[in-house]
Write a protein that binds this ligand. Sequence first.
Ligand code: PLP
Length: 360
Amino acid sequence: MADEIPLFRKYPKLRSIPWVSVINSPTPIHKMEQTSKELNHKAIWVKRDDLTHDIYGGNKPRKYEFVFANILKKNKKRILTQGAIGTNHGLATTVHAKRFGLETHLYLLEQKLSQTVIENLLCHHYFGAKLNLMKNKNHRKLAIKTKLFFDRKAYFVTTGASSPLGTLGFVNAAFELKDQIDDKTISEPDRLFVTVGSLATCAGLVLGLELAQVKTQIVGIGVTDPSWSSKKATIELASKALEIMRKEDPSIPDVSNELEKRLVVDHSYFGGQYGVPTDEALEAIEIAKKDKLKLEYVYTGKTLSGLIDYIRKEKISKNEVVVFWNSKSSADLTDFANEVKHQDLPRKFHKFFEDSTQIS
Ligand SMILES: Cc1ncc(COP(=O)(O)O)c(C=O)c1O
């Protein structure tokens, strides 16, 4: 099958797992010429997952290929999901779910305001999300539980779509990278830097690269609280994804005990608080601009700052082939956001637009 995804080509028995096409793939991988020069490093590469989709790319749509397929199979009509008001996951869900006739209900908590947060909030509305502002996590839990109880067509998608099924999207991404190694687009990377937030991106890559038997070590840069985005939790999620795979195809090796050796999770670049910039992330964003990459400080800027620091401190040798996994959509949403007046949003959200000094 010409359009078959790399994961199903490798393990044909997994075709029994529901899957729908969401992304443009394979995403390009190329050298960051200017960044490599600036850091005097032989080969820093970037995997362009910012380009997974023209309207809203980034890492989330890869997870939806499995998560949405499961929702459609269950004949559900509404997705309930959660995040902060500027959630990338919530926006990506809203944009992509709509294409499958699914409605998105977002249960949102306040966060520090920035231009991106404000733009995402307007876009949630533009793409048709039903918005609910929650006082705190308990309030949110209760609201979602109640909705699920009364609405049998509603389905809850976990934070960041980081379920074991969502993780399969990144196991597939690892096999996509393996294809790019095999067709000599890139030589086998020594190390890959990726953001760790709600875990599935890193968990899927660790599992996929282990199964694909490439030598690449993964450095996961934690950007959420270390108790949440831990190495242990990442490995546990990868192991659950492996269980799903082995249920369909028991000949897939049980590599769960091998995963630990391949992964480092480092929170040194987190800066102590989710969503707050560090000087190093801001510097990384400027460096990446020279390679025409648009990063931000919550996820990808912090991750690239980790890569830069490892190189500067010679934690990795000059000749290593290093990959930076660019997980944030680079699509420009300004035109969509400009279509929305903040007064069109539910009343509770108006306060975020009323004092511009709060927006950094
Ligand atoms: C742009 C971006 N990159 C990376 C991540 C981290 O991915 P994951 O949540 O799968 O750990 C997130 C979300 O947390 C994100 O929004």
